[in-house]
Design a binder for this molecule. Structure first.
Ligand code: ADP
Ligand code: MG
Length: 935
């Protein structure tokens, strides 16, 4: 891109994009619609060469935007923050107003020569009403330049006076302090003064925390209890003063004497603060953009002249092209060139052209007359053409300022859009400062150019409502967040388990296990400890083709399992999934088993194996009392099942009866298998030390190899048998009551089997989403979420699926994904909402995993003690979608086991198709045993 190409050719019609900051394309006094003025005057060659350095093409503005983006990134990065020209200072503002802020807040606003005290009241209801009482106090010079102690005592005294005058009955207040001096802020309520300015010079304050000094002064009396909770800079005040009803306003822009901006950044990108969740207000301090040369190709000779004569040459280069303090001077330097040969002493005097005047000169109506007056005041004999030229210069200077501002703003907006991973960003930008207020066209140009420079953003510029209100809003938002945080902590504390509590769970389960194994106490235990008649894990010599059924969860499956030698590919599985509709799962038992048999017939037809009768292993994942491998009396339904006429009956017989009802069909059921056992067996095929099976899917359960001598409910002393613990029912006798929260009780009461499977209801996939939903409703009712308004969808039981917990906790997924899930549920979510929802999901999933870990610890410790070992190495075979797909569940389980069973080294092995492969292996063992017996 050569600069020649970009040279705006004023006079010839140009696509307005090419030279947006030149006369004729923005603020200029020339109207393009052929007004008499435009026709009668033209830009001379000399004029064009004077204006040219001030004209920036759209390409140049894009370049400025790109460099601003780079500078912002350097300011945000921990490594480069300290040398960055755009400093990106964290303002410790974590949220913008959401309209629910309520209560009375005090504001102290220290201005150039006065102090403003405000009492702001927020109604917090649907249309946030704001009422303010205020009083101004002049700050005497003796105070502004006296000792720091006196200044803060003065501030406190003004506060009492103000409150006394109002006769407010309250004595407790929270206060926001607007303190417009260079500070190093380290918390919302901690800010160290770097240096005084603007006529203030109070010894003993620089380097100290001004909040602490103010608080100290306030505490010297005891009539009012006032807590200073926020110290605020004017840019953030601007952003926060805007009405929340029109949508979020997450950018603030000030163009006053100087210029600055702020926005809500993603906290994880603000590397100089520890926080990584949610948002953080950042003040860009962009006035010094360009101090490292980044603007060199944009600076005009007038800018160099201005800078050389300034108090801080080489610094604040961006501000010096935009701020009201400088616009007049830029114009003066341009006029000096324009009037070369005719200059007057006044024109050569610094400060002789006022910014206020040049803003007025750009006005279409009165501009030329003002130009004439200003030129005359400078001692210049001005022709009509001179006035016209002057107007062009003023327009060029103002338009360029607006263009540069737009480039900076576009950088902020694009940064926000990108860092939030949005395809479009919609936000309001609060603007304030004399240049905006005096100059509607500045705003129009800004708005128009921002659209072109950040086309992916929908931006509305909103006039800010004053920094006093802004400071009050910062305070009110901080207060809202603090109240909400207390409530969230209170609510979630119920779900946070200490290591001691987990140890208690482990010990309780251990006791229940012992009770369940002994004949005399068996009935009083909540865990049934059911014998499975599996006495050995596979040895790898199993061979043959088998059918397997898997019933007991989300899906019903029929499988063909070919068990071959390892060299021939080991175990190969073909399977078909069939649904069991709720009316079948909860209807008459005969209908359920007829349905199962029809599915088997369908599978056999599809596999071309009609007429073959393979040995069948039936994975049936409900508690069964077994008396042999192929007989199991259903003790109770769990999870979503509740078919009638089954409890108390032999499930294998129910299946065989259904087969009989269907003529010309045969099955050879050789084993009924719990899914935990199938999982243990299938992992055991690959790892002989696998002696525990664990399921965390729709439900949860485990099995393990117990010494026969410990199984009081069975004869025999030698060897081991796999025990199906049925630990889902742990706590059904009341032993876990202390651990149930109100949410757990609600979930239990609304379930198909109230009072039963209490442990399972804390842990498994069928319930976690529902627990989360209940907590979200509670937090919404307390006003901590969704602005206190739940959607009708969120009030629907079971609408919040457990798989959402996985997506919401996925490390790679930004909070945007959380929003998408919640928006599906008809909720309007703010960034804080999504952070909080994620926190709830984390707490619920972690508790589930830790409880599961405590239970595994109880099991492996028992195995170790059974065998009298100092140290046990054991493998746990695991199946279940929750365990496998949740991003942190497995980690939490394992960490808890390490903590609670330090003398066991436990390997977790995920089973591949445990229910199918395991059932086939068990069927294979059964066939081998049967052959032996026949022989
Ligand atoms: P089952 O236990 O019924 O045999 P699964 O092991 O597949 O079957 O578990 C299904 C359960 O897993 C579902 O009830 C659901 O709650 C949960 N689930 C499904 N997808 C996910 C996921 N992505 N993350 C966590 N849990 C999930
Ligand atoms: Mg399963």
């Amino acid at each position: 891109m050569s600069s020649g190409q970009e040279t705006p050719l004023v006079g010839k019609p140009l696509p307005s994009q090419l030279s947006p900051t030149c006369p004729g394309h923005g603020l200029a006094g020339v109207s393009e619609s052929g007004s008499p003025q435009a026709q009668s005057r033209h830009l001379t060659a000399q004029m064009q060469s004077s204006l040219q350095p001030l004209c920036l093409s759209l390409e140049t503005l894009h370049r400025v935007k790109g460099r601003m983006l780079e500078a912002m990134e350097r300011g945000l990065s921990r490594r480069t923050h300290s040398q960055a020209t755009v400093r990106m200072l964290p303002a410790f503002i974590r949220s913008t107003p959401d309209g629910t802020e309520r209560g009375e807040f005090l504001v102290l606003e220290l201005g150039d020569d006065h102090l403003r005290v405000l009492l702001m009241e927020l109604s917090g209801d649907t249309d946030q009403r704001v009422t303010m009482e205020e009083q101004h106090f002049p700050v005497p010079d003796a105070i502004a330049q006296g000792p720091g102690e006196k200044l803060f005592a003065f501030l406190a005294t003004c506060l009492w006076e103000f409150l006394d005058r109002l006769h407010v009955p309250r004595t407790d207040f929270e206060l926001g302090f607007s303190f417009p001096f260079a500070c190093r802020q380290t918390r919302l309520d901690q800010s160290y003064l770097i240096s005084w300015s603007k006529g203030f010079q109070c010894p003993g304050v620089e380097g100290r925390d001004v909040v602490a000094l103010l608080q100290e002064a306030i505490n010297k009396q005891d009539r009012y209890r006032i807590k200073v909770i926020a110290v605020v800079n004017d840019t953030t005040g601007t952003m926060m003063s805007c009405d929340a009803s029109a949508g979020p306003c997450e950018v603030g822009l000030v163009v006053d004497a100087g210029t600055n901006s702020c926005f809500m950044a993603e906290a994880r990108h603000v590397e100089v603060v520890e926080e990584s969740e949610g948002r953080m207000g950042v003040v860009t301090e962009w006035g010094s953009f360009g101090d490292n040369g980044a603007l060199n190709d944009v600076l005009s000779p007038y800018d160099h002249q201005l800078d050389q004569a300034s108090l801080n040459p080489g610094r604040e280069r961006f501000e010096k092209m935009i701020g009201g303090l400088y616009l007049g001077e830029i114009v003066r330097h341009s006029l000096t060139e324009l009037f070369s040969g005719r200059t007057t002493p006044a024109l050569l005097t610094k400060g002789s052209v006022q910014t206020q005047d040049i803003l007025e000169i750009t006005d279409e109506q009165v501009g030329l007359a003002t130009a004439r007056r200003v030129l005359r005041a400078l001692g210049l004999e001005a022709s009509d053409q001179d006035c016209f030229n002057t107007q062009q210069v003023c327009s060029a200077v103002c338009t360029r300022a607006a263009g540069l501002c737009a480039a900076g703003l576009a950088a902020i907006l694009s940064h926000m859009c990108r860092s939030r991973e949005l395809s479009r960003l919609k936000t309001s930008v609060a603007v304030d400062g004399a240049v905006f207020r005096a100059h509607a066209k500045f705003r129009q140009t800004l708005q128009q150019l921002v659209k072109q420079l950040a086309p992916e953003c929908d931006v509305t510029l909103v006039q800010a409502e004053g920094s006093g209100k802004g400071t009050g809003m910062v305070t009110a938002v901080a207060s809202r967040l603090a109240v909400q945080r207390r409530q969230v902590n209170q609510t979630l504390a119920l779900l946070q388990l200490s290591p001691d509590a987990l140890g208690t769970v482990q010990a309780l389960l251990r006791r229940e296990m012992e009770l369940g194994l002994k004949k005399e106490t068996h009935a009083s235990s909540s865990v049934r400890m059911l014998p499975t008649y599996i006495c050995a894990t596979p040895d790898g010599s199993e061979r043959g083709d088998f059918l397997a059924l898997d019933l007991g969860g989300t899906n019903f499956r029929v499988l063909l399992v070919k068990v071959g030698s390892r060299e021939r590919g080991g175990v190969q599985i073909v399977s078909e999934i069939y649904s069991i509709p709720p009316h079948v799962a909860q209807g008459p038992g005969s209908q359920l088993f007829d349905h199962i048999v029809e599915c088997i017939a369908d599978f056999q037809t599809k596999q071309g194996m009609m007429g073959q009768t393979l040995p069948l292993g039936f994975t049936f994942s409900f508690p069964c009392q077994q008396t042999s491998l192929d007989q199991g009396i259903l003790l109770s339904w769990t999870k979503g099942f509740n078919a009638s006429g089954c409890v108390g009956h032999d499930v294998v017989k129910l299946l065989r009866d259904a087969v009989k009802r269907k003529n010309h069909f045969a099955l050879d059921v050789v084993a009924i298998v719990n899914d935990t056992v199938g999982t243990m067996m299938s992992c055991g095929y690959d790892d002989p030390s696998c002696e525990v099976g664990l399921i965390v899917g729709t439900g949860t359960n485990a099995c393990y190899m117990e010494e026969l001598r410990n199984v009081g409910t069975l004869a025999g002393e030698e060897g081991r048998m796999c025990i199906n613990m049925e630990w889902g029912a742990f706590g059904d006798n009341g032993c876990l009551d202390a651990f149930f929260t109100p949410f757990d009780r609600q979930v239990d009461e609304a379930s198909l089997n109230p009072g039963r499977q209490r442990f399972e209801k804390l842990i498994s996939g069928m319930y976690l989403g529902e627990i989360v939903r209940r907590i979200l409703l509670e937090l919404t009712a307390k006003g901590c979420l969704f602005r206190g308004r739940p959607s009708p969808k969120l009030q629907t039981p079971d609408i919040f699926q457990t798989k959402f917990l996985s997506s919401i906790e996925s490390d790679g997924l930004a909070l945007r994904q959380v929003c998408a899930i919640l928006e599906e549920l008809g909720l309007h979510v703010s960034c804080e909402d999504s952070v909080l929802v994620r926190e709830v999901c984390q707490v619920v999933a972690r508790r589930a995993a830790q409880l599961c870990g405590a239970a595994v610890a109880a099991v492996v410790e028992k195995i170790r003690e059974n065998r009298g070992l100092e140290q046990l190495a054991v493998t746990v075979g695991v199946d279940g979608t929750l365990y496998k797909l949740h991003p942190h569940f497995a980690q939490h389980v394992q960490a808890t086991v390490r903590q609670l069973a330090p003398r066991c080294s436990v390997t977790f092995l995920q089973s591949e198709d445990g229910s199918g492969k395991g059932a086939a292996l068990i069927a294979a063992v059964a066939c081998r045993v049967a052959r032996h017996q026949r022989a």
